[in-house]
Write a protein that binds this ligand. Structure first.
Ligand SMILES: *[C@@H]1O[C@H](CO)[C@@H](O)[C@H](O)[C@H]1NC(C)=O
Ligand SMILES: *[C@@H]1O[C@H](CO)[C@@H](O)[C@H](O)[C@H]1NC(C)=O
Ligand SMILES: [Cu+2]
Length: 221
């Protein structure tokens, strides 16, 4: 029994390092044309204090194009393989002081959407799939932004397991926008804490409500 569970754990650990998933495509454009390419293949970021939490490891924008988008337009992030670790998916934006390509993400971020679990009949269902579609808020000011998507994988419950962040940033130049500022902003790193209930929760044990970490959705237009 003990031997079997160790073997099973090792098999799981092996598959864990070989293949995860990465958000690599913006709409139907070539992969990494408008999404910053990271240097850690499709491994997660787990350090809550790292600047890699912004756009992933080595994703500096130097070889990424910026796409012009109309405020209000929809966009789709697509992964290489469908997201399969349980946890929420969140979208953030941060306005660049000048160009998106040269921006390190050290400024203010605001959340524009969360895909959380749905609870029904004592069961939680997570929004696990290959494509995530939302829209650029209609009322945000024109300018260049980083548009960040994050899968927070909480399938190995804390503290035995460490939640994993699968992150990519697209570079967008918003036109036709408005003048509405988000109701609140956050810093990355900083906004995710190892005391957040949405980070520490055990999803296999009496799991019947969930607050997505990383601050509230701060704009809706
Ligand atoms: C940006 O990332 C690329 C690819 O990892 C690297 O070759 C380049 O040196 C980096 N540039 C800066 C300014 O860090
Ligand atoms: C569930 O709701 C309770 C009561 O509001 C709250 O204390 C707890 O943090 C929530 N759990 C999660 C995982 O969000
Ligand atoms: Cu994994």
């Amino acid at each position: 029994m003990k031997f079997l569970s160790i073997a099973a754990a090792l098999a799981l650990a092996t598959s864990e390092v070989s293949a995860h998933y990465i958000f690599q495509q913006y709409d139907s454009n070539p992969v990494y044309e408008y999404i910053r390419k990271n240097t850690n293949y499709n491994s997660p970021v787990t350090d809550l204090t790292s600047t890699d939490l912004r756009c992933n490891v080595g994703a500096n924008g130097s070889s990424t194009a910026t796409i012009a988008v109309n405020a209000g337009d929809s966009f789709t992030f697509t992964t290489d393989v469908a997201v399969y670790h349980q946890g929420p998916i969140s979208l953030y934006m941060s306005k660049a002081p000048s160009t998106a390509a040269s921006y390190d993400g050290s400024g203010a971020w605001f959340k524009i959407y969360d895909w959380g679990p749905t609870f029904s009949g004592g069961q939680a269902t997570w929004p696990l799939r290959q494509t995530y579609t939302f829209n650029i808020p209609k009322c945000i000011p024109n300018g260049e932004y980083l548009l960040r998507i994050q899968s927070l994988a909480i399938h190995n419950p804390w503290p035995a397991g460490i939640p994993q962040f699968y992150i990519s940033c697209a570079q967008v130049a918003v036109i036709g926008g408005g003048s509405t500022q988000p109701s609140s902003t956050v810093q990355i790193p900083g906004v995710f804490k190892s005391t957040d209930p949405g980070y520490t929760v055990n999803i296999y044990n009496n799991f019947n409500n969930y607050t997505v970490p990383g601050g509230p959705v701060a704009i809706s237009c």
